[in-house]
Design a protein around this ligand. Sequence first.
Ligand code: CP
Length: 311
Amino acid sequence: MNMMKHFLDIHTTDAAELRHMIDTGLAMKRARGGRPKGAPDDDQPLKGHMVALIFEKPSTRTRVSFDVGVRQMGGETMVLSGKEMQLGHGETIADTARVLSRYVDLIMIRTFEEQTLLEMAEHATVPVINGLTNRTHPCQIMADVMTYEEHRGPIKDRKVVWSGDGNNVFASFAHAAGQFGFDLTFSGPETLNPEAACLDFAAAKGRPVTIERDPFKAMAGADLVVTDTWVSMHDPESAKERRHNQLRAYQVNEHLMSLAKPDSLFMHCLPAHRNDEVTSAVMDGPHSVIFDEAENRLHAQKAVMRWCLGR
Ligand code: CP
């Protein structure tokens, strides 16, 4: 029986299966017991498997964490840039998906348009994983949920506050609010509101996102504070000054963090622009778990890959 499954988004994946992936990732992390990064896992679920990692946008964490994760599980990778592939020179996504499926066992793609991801998944006969599109970043939020639970226990019914741009990372947080059952507050300017579709999903799941324009009020009772860069990879450079002006009031600094719960955590998917969306004092301060969060990309994605391959 073919157990292949795509991991395209948090809202399109069954909630119980998401929970299983988080628990599996944490168990796999613990089982490694701090051995060297290059050491293999005890079990080798990807032994003999080849994984294609396609990047149409820059990446540090996604690229390295997928590459290392595959190797720890016994597989091999090839990293491809969109520019170097025929994908960028007129070959259809459907044909690319069919061809790659003859060579590799799994495809991870970071791309611009969600449609590219969806077409790849429609025509591939191997699992496809969303490594970020302009609309969502599900692997990041799987790592974020794992990181919260590793430090503070179940995220269910906790209050998560997003301060800043309603971007693709926020959209996956809204999907996660619905699937994992936490309360999410968006605090940012109306001009940078999240897409309605992700808010509708959370509401339909019984976790409507609270919109609070006042960043100081938003922080009351926060268990987790999250922000992201003010200018995303797909935003034009010309938008920088306007976005900075719109978002300055939402900078996460020590004063803002002091309004959250005393044991609150701070997360940022990185890369960060220190002293723009978050101050260095917060990034390097007692609430911050940003480097655990980055590490957990590795462990969460290993669980995602196992799930995709039915292992
Ligand atoms: N957070 C994240 O996706 O990082 P990269 O862009 O470096 O992959």
